[in-house]
Design a protein around this ligand. Structure first.
Ligand SMILES: NC(=O)c1ccc[n+]([C@@H]2O[C@H](COP(=O)([O-])OP(=O)(O)OC[C@H]3O[C@@H](n4cnc5c(N)ncnc54)[C@H](O)[C@@H]3O)[C@@H](O)[C@H]2O)c1
Length: 596
């Protein structure tokens, strides 16, 4: 028989605690909600009220249910109020000594059978548990932010946690409508161990002016389908909490430099810029605690026309290449009303590309996304050629040929001879340095990277890469063109992986290392990222779709360029590639796809 939890206590009503109170009260469990002082208690009460009022306004909670929910919560200052609860969840700031003090006190105040749980993100549950006389009844119950929304709970057992306590807490999670994964006590558990290196890396990009906060966040949302960008997520988590988590993970998790908090974080915390809770973090919010971002001095000016910031007029575009990317890019430009000159290495290839573009446009017609007239107009705007000479009068060239530096350099040297002055020359490379290609011409100031995502007609993101020689007008032109294509162009520096791949692949590689260390299973890791962080796919699902060989190649490039030891490809990834398990395309990768 599973233990009955009729009353639970929550200690600390900040970002997480207030949400945890809501989760229990919504599910018919009485809560004793405890804070350190009367003002902090009032803040916690206001957070709970704000959240439940928003749920009512959105039609997700009936007014009567909200009122019943509030009646189940008893607010109090001080731990003494927890004398008769069945379970306590502690959610105070991420400091070991503070948590240990609170657990020692809880041990004294609570009944001997009460389970004591911590919501810590990175501290050792074992170290917290030994502050009590009942370490076998101490467990980690790690909720995700916002607790009422995110489905995942990581249940952390220590070497001494009693198995029946684990089972009781698992049953409780099910009663709360949550999905739990039960794991051992290791820094960052599953989700944070994979998340925080990525978040810290994104802060580093921002700190070094590699890209703006808006562009970093847009890149990860639009390029990977994440629910929010890394800097907006840092603001939601709270920069003080994020700093403590990183700092603990750095010390507990093998001193991986990627977890050493980026200096800017400490400065922001010292300056009181804590994120949403203080009204200002990477972004500025309407007021403390509000999720509404308001413009500030760093907000980019809204550009109304295509020709802002010295952008040059572009009407005619050349696309060189005949592969998947070139085909998609031709379609995108033609549909957006540009005259397009497609250049391939022979009319046979041109005929193939032409067929592929037609097929794709026809699909749009069948799906009702494009009228027949618009399809015909788009096709009418494309001319097909097998010689670069036809690019003499275009305003922009997009190169999408094979990913080999020597081929691209030779092509750019030819474009330099053929194209008129003032043309923007763009490469779609995803891994080569754009500056290498630019220096093959006598006009490096006009060369940019335009990194489209596959499939180009669908994906809303384009990375606009500026080299150290690129003129602002060329970048502005590329960005204006992206806007005219209905895509978001994010500008970044010329470094391996640009924004998206540089942030995405080390995280995927870390997931492989976690699997390799037998800390958890591929299924649980995928679950954790989807249900805890709202990712559209788990890391192993994504790796199997992208291809393990492609992923390994990108990870190797990142490692070679940045020499970051933590970026070294996971041996398991290398072995799977060597074994020919490349993902869905070979019907086997991390999972067996032969029967699906
Ligand atoms: N923020 C997140 O996204 C997130 C997600 C999961 C887990 N966590 C973990 O949850 C815990 C709380 O983090 P947070 O972000 O909610 O912090 P927070 O700073 O928003 O809230 C902490 C609250 O604890 C209160 N408090 C401090 N000392 C207390 C005491 N002695 N007695 C009672 N209350 C006290 C504070 O007044 C404050 O309201 C941390 O361990 C953190 O790692 C955070």
């Amino acid at each position: 028989m599973a233990r009955e939890f009729s009353t639970v206590g929550v200690v600390g009503l900040g970002t997480m605690g207030a949400g945890i109170v809501e989760v229990f009260a919504r599910n018919g469990i009485d809560v004793v909600a405890v804070e350190i002082s009367a003002p902090a208690l009032e803040r916690g009460r206001a957070t709970l009220k704000g959240s439940t009022d928003r749920a009512v306004a959105k039609g997700k909670l009936a007014e009567a249910d909200r009122d019943a929910l509030h009646e189940r919560v008893h607010f109090a200052v001080g731990l003494e109020a927890l004398h008769s609860v069945d379970l306590v969840i502690e959610a105070v700031p991420e400091h070991l000594d503070l948590k240990q003090r609170i657990f020692a006190e809880l041990d004294r105040v609570c009944r001997p059978e009460t389970i004591l749980a911590t919501n810590t993100s990175s501290l050792s549950v074992t170290e917290i548990s030994v502050a009590t006389s009942r370490p076998n009844q101490v467990i980690g119950i790690h909720f995700f932010n916002p607790a009422p929304v995110m489905k995942l709970v990581e249940v952390v057992r220590t070497v001494v946690t009693a198995p029946e306590v684990v089972a009781d807490v698992e049953a409780l999670c099910a009663r709360l409508g949550k999905v739990d994964v039960t794991i051992n006590d290791r820094a960052g558990f599953i989700a944070n161990a994979l998340l925080f290196g990525y978040l810290n890396h994104a802060v580093g990009m921002f700190e070094s002016h590699y890209a703006t906060r808006e562009d970093i966040d847009a890149a990860m949302k639009l390029g990977c389908g994440l629910p929010m960008g890394p800097l907006a997520l840092m603001d939601l988590i709270g920069l003080d909490t994020a700093y403590e988590i990183l700092d603990t993970m750095y010390r507990r998790g093998g001193r991986d430099r990627r977890h050493a908090p980026v200096p800017l974080l400490k400065q922001m915390v010292t300056a009181g810029l804590l994120g949403r809770k203080s009204g200002r973090g990477f972004y500025t919010y309407e007021r403390p605690g509000s999720p509404v971002v308001v413009p500030d001095e760093a907000t980019p000016l809204a550009t109304d026309g295509a020709l802002a910031d010295g952008a040059r007029a572009v009407a005619k575009v050349g696309v060189v290449g005949s592969g998947t990317m070139a085909t998609g890019i031709i379609e995108v430009f033609a549909k957006a009303g540009y005259e397009v000159v497609s250049v391939t290495r022979g009319m046979e290839k041109s005929a193939k590309v032409c067929e592929a573009v037609k097929t794709s446009l026809n699909k749009g017609v069948v799906r009702g996304k494009l009228s027949e007239a618009d399809r015909d107009a788009a096709l009418g705007r494309i001319s097909w050629s097998a010689t670069l000479d036809h690019l003499a009068d275009v305003d922009l060239v997009v190169e999408a040929v094979v990913e080999e530096l020597s081929v691209k350099k030779a092509l750019f040297a030819s474009l330099d001879e053929i194209c008129k002055p003032g043309v923007v020359l763009a490469t779609t490379t995803s891994s080569l340095p754009v500056i290498d290609v630019a220096m093959a011409t006598h006009r490096p100031a006009d060369v940019v990277g335009l990194h489209f995502f596959n499939p180009a007609p669908v994906m809303p993101l384009v990375e606009v890469v500026r080299t150290i020689r690129t003129f602002p007008e060329a970048t502005a032109t590329a960005r204006a063109v992206c806007a005219a294509l209905g895509k978001t162009g994010v500008v970044c520096g010329d470094r391996s992986g640009f924004i998206v791949n540089a942030l995405l692949f080390p995280y995927l590689n870390d997931a492989v290392k976690m699997l390799e260390a037998s800390y958890s299973t591929a299924d649980d890791i995928d679950h954790a990222m989807k249900l805890g962080c709202g990712y559209p796919m788990g890391p192993f699902e994504l790796l199997d779709v992208v291809g393990l060989d492609v992923s390994l190649a990108i990870q190797r490039e990142l490692y070679l360029e940045l020499r970051e030891p933590g970026f070294a490809p996971a041996p398991l990834l290398e072995h799977l590639v060597t074994a020919g398990y490349l993902g869905r395309k070979t019907r086997r990768g991390f999972r067996d796809h032969s029967h699906r």
